[in-house]
Design a protein around this ligand. Sequence first.
Ligand SMILES: *[C@@H]1O[C@H](CO)[C@@H](O)[C@H](O)[C@H]1NC(C)=O
Ligand SMILES: *[C@@H]1O[C@H](CO)[C@@H](O)[C@H](O)[C@H]1NC(C)=O
Ligand SMILES: *[C@@H]1O[C@H](CO)[C@@H](O)[C@H](O)[C@H]1NC(C)=O
Ligand SMILES: *[C@@H]1O[C@H](CO)[C@@H](O)[C@H](O)[C@H]1NC(C)=O
Ligand SMILES: *[C@@H]1O[C@H](CO)[C@@H](O)[C@H](O)[C@H]1NC(C)=O
Ligand SMILES: *[C@@H]1O[C@H](CO)[C@@H](O)[C@H](O)[C@H]1NC(C)=O
Ligand SMILES: *[C@@H]1O[C@H](CO)[C@@H](O)[C@H](O)[C@H]1NC(C)=O
Ligand SMILES: *[C@@H]1O[C@H](CO)[C@@H](O)[C@H](O)[C@H]1NC(C)=O
Ligand SMILES: *[C@@H]1O[C@H](CO)[C@@H](O)[C@H](O)[C@H]1NC(C)=O
Ligand SMILES: *[C@@H]1O[C@H](CO)[C@@H](O)[C@H](O)[C@H]1NC(C)=O
Ligand SMILES: *[C@@H]1O[C@H](CO)[C@@H](O)[C@H](O)[C@H]1NC(C)=O
Length: 859
Amino acid sequence: MWLGFTLWLLLCYFQYIKCNILEDYEEISRNMLYPPEDPIADALPVEVGKDQISGCTCRSTKNRKVIVCFGNYECKRFPKIHKQSEVLVVRTTVLPEIRVGELDSLYYLKTLKIEANHQLKHLQSGSFRNLTKLEKLSISYNTKLHIFRESTFDGLKSLRNLIMVNNGFTNILHITPALQPSKLPSLRKLDLSENSLEKIPENAFQAMQGSSLKILEIDLCQLDFIHPNSFLPLKSLQELGIGENDLNSTIIGDFLLSLKRNNRNLTRLDLNSMGFRKQPPRRLMEIIANTTLERLTLSYNQFEIITDDTFPKMEHLKVLELQGVSVLSIGPNAFDPIKFPDLRILLLSGNNLPGIHWKNVSNQQLVILDLSSNKGTALNPMYYEIDRGAFLMSKELKVLNLAFNRIKSIFDYTFLGLEKLKMLILENGTIFYIGNGTFKPMKHLEILNLANNPLTANENLTRAQFEGLNELKLLILKNCGIKYFNDENNIFEMMPNLTHLILRNNELFYISTELLKPLKYLQVLDLSENLIVSWWTPLFLSSGLRPHSLYLTDNKISHFTLSMIQDINYLLENKGNFTVEIDLMDNVFICDCSSMFKSYKWLQVNGSKSLKNFFSRSNFLCSSPNVWEDKRVAVFLSSIKNLRCSMFETISNLTLIIWTIPSLVAVILLVSIVLLIYKYKIYITYWLFLAKLALGRKFINKSHKARGVQKICRKYDAFVSYCNEDREFVLEMVNQLEHSPPYLKLCVYERDFEVGSFISEAILGSINESRYVILIISNSFAKSQWCRWETQLAEYHRLFLEDGTSYDPLVLIRIGNLESKYLTTTLKFLLKTKIYLTWDDKRPDEFWNKLRNHIVKHK
Ligand SMILES: *[C@@H]1O[C@H](CO)[C@@H](O)[C@H](O)[C@H]1NC(C)=O
Ligand SMILES: *[C@@H]1O[C@H](CO)[C@@H](O)[C@H](O)[C@H]1NC(C)=O
Ligand SMILES: *[C@@H]1O[C@H](CO)[C@@H](O)[C@H](O)[C@H]1NC(C)=O
Ligand SMILES: *[C@@H]1O[C@H](CO)[C@@H](O)[C@H](O)[C@H]1NC(C)=O
Ligand SMILES: *[C@@H]1O[C@H](CO)[C@@H](O)[C@H](O)[C@H]1NC(C)=O
Ligand SMILES: *[C@@H]1O[C@H](CO)[C@@H](O)[C@H](O)[C@H]1NC(C)=O
Ligand SMILES: *[C@@H]1O[C@H](CO)[C@@H](O)[C@H](O)[C@H]1NC(C)=O
Ligand SMILES: *[C@@H]1O[C@H](CO)[C@@H](O)[C@H](O)[C@H]1NC(C)=O
Ligand SMILES: *[C@@H]1O[C@H](CO)[C@@H](O)[C@H](O)[C@H]1NC(C)=O
Ligand SMILES: *[C@@H]1O[C@H](CO)[C@@H](O)[C@H](O)[C@H]1NC(C)=O
Ligand SMILES: *[C@@H]1O[C@H](CO)[C@@H](O)[C@H](O)[C@H]1NC(C)=O
C-alpha cells in the first residue's frame, strides 16, 4: 500500500528526476490520505456482450481499456472475448478449470486477473502459452485453488508481476516449482499473501534458483517459521514483506543474518503487525542496523514510548514507517541525525502524539514528515499543539502532513524554519485561526491543503494571513465555510502563481472578476457544490484568465446569462494545447425564454463552432418549467423557435408597460407610508416601547406568581415624573420626603439616571424599580411631548400590575389649573378616574403628610 508512494518519493527526491508536483500530489494524497481507488469496482458502462458458449457477461470501462467478465451461475467456461483491451478481469464465475487454448486469443493482454472464482481448482499446463505480452497476472481469491503444475505458466516470458493472494494454498512447495526462472524470466514481484502457508522450509525457493525476483510478499500467511537459509536462492531479492505473521524476532534476525553472510542486500523489510510490544526488539534492530536495509516498516506494532535510546544507530535507513504504533511520546532526539544520518522519510500517522512539545524537531535531515491522524478517538481526543519554533531546524523538509489532527490555530511562528517546504497538508483539522504571516516562512510552498477546516467561523480570510505564498500552485479550500471573498482584501493577490484553486463545497453565491484577476496562471478552478446562481459580468473574458478546467457542478445556476455564454466561448476558443473541461451538471437551469433567449441569440450569431459543439455534447439538464424538467438544456436551446421567443420579447415589452402602472401606484403608496411614519414617528417609537414593556411585564408577572404573595423588593419608593418647569416643586418634595422620617427614596430624573444609559431605557428600568409613579401634572407637563410619554408609560405600568388589591402605584399631583386643550386622553381619563392630590401652597404641611401617608401605606 505504501509502495507507490515511496517509489515516487524516492524517484522524486533522491534521483532528482524532475517531477510534476501536482500530478504527484494526487498520488501522494491517494496513498497517504485515502485508500486507493479501484477503477474496476466502479461502474462499467459499456456492454461488450454476452458470450453464448460460456454464458459469461462482459462489460467495459468507458475508455475500453478494461473488460470485466462475470456471471455467477452461468459462466462455466472461460469467456471468449472479441474486443481487444489492455486489461481483462474474469471474476465471480463458476468456472471449474482453465483449459489449454482458451487463452490463446488473448495474446495482446498486458494485465489479466482471474479473481474470486470459487469453483476454480485447476489450471491446465500451458494455459498461458500464447500470452507473451502479459506483464501482470493476478490469480487471487480463488479459494479452491491448491496447487500449480510445474508448467502452468509456460510462455509468460514478459510477466513481471504475479499476484496470488488469498487462494487455497497450504504449502509453498506447491507453488514455487511453477515459478522457475526458465519459465518466468522477467518475474520481479511475487505476492503470496493471505494463504495459510504456515512454514517456509529451507528448500521453499530452491526451484527458483537464479530468479530475477526482487519483491516478495508473504503477509498474513500464519507463518511461524522461516528457515534462515530459505531466501538464499533468490539472489536478486531486495524487498521482503512478512507482516501480520506470528514470527518472533529471533527467527527474523536469523534469516537476516544468513542473508547478510551470503552478501544478499535487502533494501526493504516490512514487519507490520508482528505483535511487537513496548519496544522494537533491540537485538533485531541491531541486526537490521548492520544490514543494507534502507526502508523499515514497523507499523501497527505497539510502542507507547519511543525514547532517545529506543533505536540503535541505523546508518543506512532512509525510510522508517511507524504508523499506528500507539506511540504517546517521542524523545526529542530519538531520530537525531547522529543516529539516523540517512533518514529522509518518517511516517508517524495514526498515533496518539499530542503534538510537538520538544523545543524543536531535531531530525533536521528529514525530507518528508507525516504526523497526520494523531487525534485519538471521540472518547479520548488528542489535542494537537505545536510549540513555537518547533520546525526551526527542519531546513530540508519538503513535505509536512499534519492532516486529521485537532489543530486549532496556526501562527506566524508555527512554521518558522521550513524554508524548503513544498507541500503542507492541514486537511480536516479544527483550524479556525490563521495568524497574520503564518505561511510567510515557507517561501517555496507549492501545495497548501486546508480542506475541511472551519476557517471562516470567526473571521474572514485576509491577505495578511496568506502573505508570502508567491510560489503556491495548488490551494485547496474545500469545505471551509467560505461565504464571500473580499475584493478589497483579496487573498489571491498573495499567490500570483496559483494554477489550481479548489473552492469546492463552500457557501459562495458570487465570484467577482476582481477576485480572480491576480490569478494569471490559473488552470483549474473548482467551484462545485456552492450556491452560485449565475454571473452577470464576464468573469474570464474581462480578466483574461483561461482555466482549462472549470467545475461548477452542483450549484444553483438557474440563468444562462450572456456573460456565462461569452465566458464559455472565450475559454473554448483560447484553450491552447489543453482540452477544455467545463462541468455544469446538477444545476437548476430554468429553460424559458426570459433566462435563455438572449444567450441563445448570441450563440446563433456570435457563437464559435467549438461553443456550438460544447452545447450539442453537453448533458446538463433543465429543472423547470415542468415541460422541460430533466430534459437537456441543449435540447431546449435547439428547439427554441426564434419566432416564439421573439414574440415573447414583444410581449415582455408590453407587460413591462402593463406592470409599470401598478408599480407606480405601489411606489406612491410606499412614499405616503414613509411620510406617515415620519410624521408619527414619536408614536411608533412609543408603541414599540409599550410592546417591549409588555413583554418585560409578562415575564415579571410570571416570576411574580412563582414567588406567590411575597412582596417585590424595590429599589425606589417612587418614581417622579415631572417637567423641567416644575423643578422647584420637585426639589421641595425630595427635601420633604427623603429627609424626614419615614425616609422615602425617590427616583428623580435628573439625579438618579445613570450617565450614558439611553434615556427611555433608563426610564423604563426606573419605573420597574419603583413602587409608585408620581406624576406632577401641570400645564407645562401636559404640554410637553416628553412628559406625555412618561405618563403613558406609567399608566401602562399601572394597568399591568392591577391585581385586585387596593394597591395602585400611580400617584397624581395636580399643580395649578389645567387647561383642557393640553390634556391628552390618557391624562383626562386619569384625572377623571383617580383621586389626586392637589398642591395647596397655603397648607403645605398637610399636603406633604397626605402624600407621605399614601406612599407609606403599602411599603
Ligand atoms: C497467438 O499469438 C499470436 C501473436 O503473438 C497471434 O498471431 C495468434 O493468432 C495467437 N494464436 C491464437 C490461437 O489466437
Ligand atoms: C522464537 O521461536 C523459536 C522457535 O519457535 C524459539 O526457539 C525461540 O526461543 C523463540 N525466541 C524468542 C525470543 O521467543
Ligand atoms: C551486496 O553489497 C555488497 C557490498 O556493497 C556487494 O559486494 C555485493 O555484491 C552485493 N550483493 C549483491 C547480490 O548484489
Ligand atoms: C556487523 O557486521 C559485521 C560484519 O559485517 C560484524 O563484524 C559486526 O560484529 C556486526 N555488528 C553487529 C552489532 O552485529
Ligand atoms: C533544537 O534543540 C536542540 C536540542 O533539543 C538544541 O541543541 C538546539 O540548539 C535547538 N535549536 C534551536 C534553533 O533552538
Ligand atoms: C474530513 O472532513 C469532512 C468534512 O467535515 C468529513 O466528511 C470527512 O469524513 C473527514 N474525513 C475523515 C477521514 O475524517
Ligand atoms: C493582521 O493584519 C491586518 C492588516 O495588516 C491588521 O489589520 C490586523 O490587526 C493584524 N492582526 C493581528 C492579530 O496582528
Ligand atoms: C466578513 O465580511 C463581511 C462582508 O465584508 C461582513 O459583513 C462580515 O461581518 C465579516 N465577518 C467577520 C467575522 O468579520
Ligand atoms: C511567481 O510569481 C512571481 C511574480 O509575482 C515571479 O517573479 C516568479 O518568478 C514566479 N515564480 C514561479 C516559480 O513561477
Ligand atoms: C503547444 O504544443 C506545441 C508542441 O506540442 C508547443 O510548441 C507549443 O508551445 C504549445 N503551446 C502552448 C500554448 O503551450
Ligand atoms: C454579436 O457580437 C456583436 C459584437 O460583439 C454584438 O454587437 C452583437 O450584439 C452580438 N449579437 C448578439 C445576438 O448578441
